[in-house]
Write a protein that binds this ligand. Structure first.
Ligand code: F6P
Length: 342
């Protein structure tokens, strides 16, 4: 078989580990040939390919990013997009396509498989860990480790100056990184998109922390929002999903805390550092297993499926199911962290 591979959406540590596992097992055990498509769905759309064989995947296991490149191109939103994708897949004699991506990339794969008969297998990825069909996505553990290390470092500088330090982490719709890194790093307040926060309550936690002579660390997910409706409409912007969000929630929080408590506050926006660099051992392990199981699905002709982690097993689920629902933080889970606030 000739197998096409693409990586779409925001990059994420572990993508190369998936590509390596697909190619190693595909060539060694099944005798498949591979063709890499460049830059997500733009590759099949415009016919841009990259050689993908055993030498091409040598040494890439610990490398962050993706050797295939990525983009957020969506052929379903383009005139004649599906026709062009199908034409280019036929031109490159592709019998099966493995799409590695998040909600958007896998959504395209689901539609192409279910409505247009394109033989697709999906592999989930996102540092945000917000895909409901899988217990974990690779990239998440690396991002949590990076954010935890940053919080550890912020504790010492916060205490030296007795300042409030706010750290803004990624997570537009789900607060998984904020919750896990916040707990691991001993944050004094964790704010997530799933639950609007009360700025007076946050200031109360800040003040109670200073009373015991410690400087507070606040971890805020980029999609977190205050309760106050006016603030939202005044400073809110629409993101690419059409959701209202405050841009620069970390900066907004620091300013508001300074104004309301008189305490000095600073913000660190961690940004794309969370997505860059070498994957953690867990993410390499998970990404490798996803790659091995995805090529098994191709070999079985089990298309329209995505590999997923359930407990310690890798299972296959319908691609449509994978993108149907966002996995958000359960209120009870978030409440557990509350004992450490203030
Ligand atoms: O979806 C993953 C993610 O890392 C989000 O948490 C973040 O909001 C977004 O990507 C940033 O994407 P971009 O690279 O387009 O700025």
């Amino acid at each position: 078989m000739r197998v096409g591979v693409l990586t779409g959406g925001g990059d994420c540590p572990g993508l190369n580990a998936v590509i390596r596992a697909l190619v190693r097992k595909g060539v060694q055990e099944y005798g498949h040939e591979f063709v890499g498509f460049r830059d997500g769905w733009r590759g099949p759309l415009e016919g841009h390919t990259k050689q993908l064989d055993i030498p091409a995947v040598r040494g890439i296991l610990p490398r962050g990013g993706t050797i295939l490149g990525s983009s957020r191109t969506n052929p379903l939103k383009m005139e004649d997009g599906v026709r062009k994708v199908k034409e280019n897949l036929a031109k490159h004699e592709v019998d099966a396509l493995v799409a590695i991506g998040g909600e958007d990339t896998l959504g395209v794969a689901a539609t192409l498989a279910d409505q247009y008969g394109v033989p697709c297998v999906g592999v989930p990825k996102t540092i945000d860990n917000d895909l409901s069909a899988t217990d974990y996505t690779f990239g998440f553990d690396t991002a949590v480790n990076i954010a935890t290390e940053a919080i550890d470092r912020l504790h010492t500088t916060a205490e030296s100056h007795m300042r409030v330090l706010v750290i803004e982490v990624m997570g537009r719709h789900a607060g998984w990184i904020a919750l896990h890194a916040g707990l691991a790093g001993g944050a004094n307040v964790i704010l997530i998109p799933e639950q609007r926060f009360d700025i007076d309550e946050v200031c109360g936690w800040v003040e109670s922390r200073f009373k015991v002579r410690y400087a507070p660390i606040i971890v805020v997910a980029e999609g977190a929002m205050p309760k106050d409706g006016e603030l939202v409409t005044k400073d809110g912007t629409l993101d690419s999903f059409g959701h209202v969000r405050l841009s620069g929630i970390g900066d907004w929080l620091a300013k508001e805390i300074e104004k309301r408590t008189g305490k000095e506050a600073r913000t660190t926006v961690l940004g794309h550092i969370q997505r860059g660099g070498t994957p953690s051992a867990f993410d390499r392990w998970l990404a490798t297993r996803f790659g091995l199981h995805a090529i098994d699905a191709v070999q079985d002709g089990d298309f329209g499926k995505m590999v997923a982690l359930r407990g310690t097993d890798i299972v296959r689920v319908a691609l449509g199911e994978a993108t149907a629902k966002l996995k958000t933080v359960d209120p009870a889970l978030y409440a557990e962290a509350g004992v450490f606030f203030g």
